[in-house]
Design a protein. Structure first.
Length: 255
């Protein structure tokens, strides 16, 4: 086991009822990784992440090293595609962000001055310092996503997982987000789920193609022929020199 190994996945299978959603996936996540996960809707991208987080039943073996899990605490930040936080609940931005420390501090431990200081640093990074005392019900979708990103980062994770963040961030923050992720990758691993190959291949270091089967591609340079061989029904479309992606027709239900 190498010193920079965070998570080892071996022979992973996930079933929903009798349907095999993930087939025999094996790969490693290292401390310097920036992995892009691509594939069609219903191909199992989010299911794979939920298995890595051990939040759903699975067959096979997922091993956390001490860098990820120590003394019962998991050092993984997660920005889900759809948050479970009720935006109608009367809670402030600062309280939402600090709640990301519960996995390492426990439910009833008080926050320390350093926790508030770190939250202020994250607010500055994501340009939401003026919002810290606002109720989350008063935020736009893009502002709320920035808050949730701060929440995912507040515990200083070894790995952060982002599920389709482009669906929520505003245009002004999108470029800032990728610049921020580049800096964060200097001190943590990143997994990013996205449909937009043209965008993420400019930023990630390697790619996981997920369409029931999982194929690891140790490069951010991936061709249409390789995508077809991985059974990822994705087309790359160019407008001038700017690549975009279009999902071809598929018959899977969303997973």
């Amino acid at each position: 086991m190498t010193d920079n190994l965070l998570i080892s996945v071996r022979d992973l299978k996930v079933y929903y009822d009798s349907t095999e959603v993930i087939k025999n996936a094996s790969f490693d996540i290292l401390c310097e990784d920036f992995i892009g996960i691509i594939g069609p809707n219903g191909g199992g991208k989010t299911t794979l992440i939920k298995a890595i987080l051990k939040s759903i039943p699975y067959n096979g073996k997922i091993t956390y090293t001490k860098r990820i899990e120590n003394s019962g605490h998991r050092y993984i930040g997660y920005l889900p595609q759809i948050t479970k936080i009720d935006k109608q609940f009367p809670i402030s931005v600062i309280d939402v962000v600090l709640s990301g420390l519960q996995s390492t501090k426990g439910l009833f431990r008080r926050y320390q001055k350093n926790d508030y200081f770190h939250a202020e640093e994250l607010f500055a990074l994501t340009n939401i310092s003026p919002l810290k005392k606002k109720n989350i019900n008063d935020l736009s979708g893009g502002e709320f996503q920035r808050v949730m990103l701060c929440r995912a980062l507040i515990s200083n994770p070894e790995l952060i997982i982002l599920d389709e963040p482009n669906n929520f961030v505003d245009n002004n923050f999108e470029k800032e987000l990728y610049a921020l992720l580049k800096e964060l990758n200097k001190k943590m691993a990143i997994i990013l789920i996205s449909h937009d190959i043209g965008t993420i291949t400019s930023h990630v270091k390697s790619i996981l193609c997920v369409n029931r089967s999982v194929h690891y591609h140790n490069s951010n340079n991936i061709t249409a022929a390789q995508l077809r061989s991985y059974n990822c029904p994705i087309q790359t479309v160019y407008h001038d020199e700017i690549p975009h992606t279009v999902l071809e027709k598929h018959n899977h239900n969303a997973v």
